[in-house]
Design a binder for this molecule. Structure first.
Ligand code: SAH
Length: 356
């Protein structure tokens, strides 16, 4: 396959590129022109790079992969949610979604929701991505590619990135970290670390590793159950990493990375929305100094659960309020939600709440 023989451009540093160009007989200074074209002007086709001689353009096209995913479909809904379908080199498809939602300060912010895997192995009981099982990890450049359609006037159209699409990001750690580095690195897209949030279902050993490596990005943990008994019914990962272990890992993360963690909690009718759970959740949040994001469950075809009603959601939230826990309740967006935008769009919408 053509794609396999080419080098992944996004993985290269500027000094790497200088050396490569030099040994191929081109001037070293071309590397900074190329970096400027890709990372500042956000042009991803060498044929369009300004000030680059034709010979070098064709060398670059022949030897480097710039955008590994092909855009095969896209649509925009009334509320300016944009969804693109990308096809990867092996024909696998991922959706990437841009959500526009008012933030707490009343300003509209655009958030890009990224996928890290095709399918997912974690088998959370409420999740549409889990239904088809795990297919494969995305490479780092495939993850980066998801952002490339969202460029306007040489700028990314989004102000935040959330890794809340398909897949469990911490089960594809190396590629995730490499991709986030491309976004964040000052010599590359220079996208601020505090505007990037990674959401995990709670892979405790990987959270500990992130703590050790002083992960600079934000972390959200999908909790969805405040005791092992309840959480186990919803998320099988609880069997591997019970809450005690998960909370200890999160505590280590918060201490070493100095960032407030977000706990995501979907309210599912009769499953995890009891007041006893709210009290337990408050204890966990207090211990972690975490912000809680309460989310109305979005019904998934083929699954029997339904969302807690508005009254229950408010009562649940008032327990957090009394306990002094910072929290956000996502309001139901109702008709505004374009059903065809699928699960990803809903997650992204919710994700806007993480970015405070
Ligand atoms: N695996 C990661 C990221 C993908 S899921 C994680 O678990 O965090 C991103 C978020 O979407 C998670 O909080 C997940 O719980 C939520 N989600 C999945 N299905 C949902 C549904 N049917 N309704 C509401 N939120 C859902």
């Amino acid at each position: 396959m053509e794609a396999c023989s080419k080098r992944d451009f996004f993985k290269l540093s500027e000094p790497d590129l200088k050396l490569i160009l030099e040994s191929a007989g081109f001037e070293r200074y071309r590397a900074s022109q190329i970096f400027d074209a890709v990372y500042k002007k956000k042009i991803f086709n060498p044929a369009d790079f300004p000030s680059i001689p034709a010979k070098l353009k064709s060398y670059l096209s022949g030897n480097f992969e710039f955008a590994v995913a092909k855009l095969i479909g896209g649509r925009e809904s009334e509320d300016e949610t944009k969804k693109y379908l990308l096809e990867l080199s092996d024909g696998a498809r991922v959706e990437c979604v841009l959500i526009k939602a008012p933030s707490e300060d009343g300003k509209d912010r655009k958030t890009l929701c990224l996928s890290t895997q095709v399918g997912c192995a974690c088998a959370c009981k409420f999740c549409a991505s889990a239904l088809g099982g795990f297919v494969r990890n995305l490479s780092s450049s495939e993850i980066v590619s998801e952002a490339l359609p969202f460029v306007k006037d040489a700028k990314f159209e989004f102000e935040n990135i959330v890794v809340m699409g398909m897949g469990e990001p911490l089960m594809n750690m190396d590629n995730l970290l490499a991709a986030l580095n491309v976004f964040n690195s000052p010599e590359k897209f220079a996208f601020g670390a505090r505007r990037i949030t990674v959401s995990t279902c709670g892979i405790a050993d990987k959270i500990e590793k992130l703590a050790e490596e002083k992960f600079p990005f934000r972390l959200a943990i999908s909790l969805h159950g405040a005791t092992d008994e309840v959480r186990r019914k919803i998320m099988p990962i609880t069997n591997k990493f019970p809450l005690k272990r998960l909370i200890a890992a999160a505590e280590k993360f918060a201490a070493s990375c100095g960032r407030m963690i977000t706990l995501e909690y979907i309210l599912i009718d009769g499953i995890n929305d009891s007041f006893a759970q709210a009290n337990e959740l408050a204890k966990i949040a207090r211990r972690l100094h975490a912000h809680v994001n309460l989310i109305p469950y979005n019904n998934v075809e083929g699954l029997n659960w339904k969302r807690s009603d508005a009254g229950r959601r408010a009562a649940f939230a008032s327990i957090l309020k009394k306990a002094g826990i910072a929290h956000t309740i996502r309001r139901e967006k109702g008709k505004e939600i374009d059903a065809a935008c699928g699960q990803l769009a809903l997650r992204g919408r919710r994700a806007a709440a993480v970015e405070r």
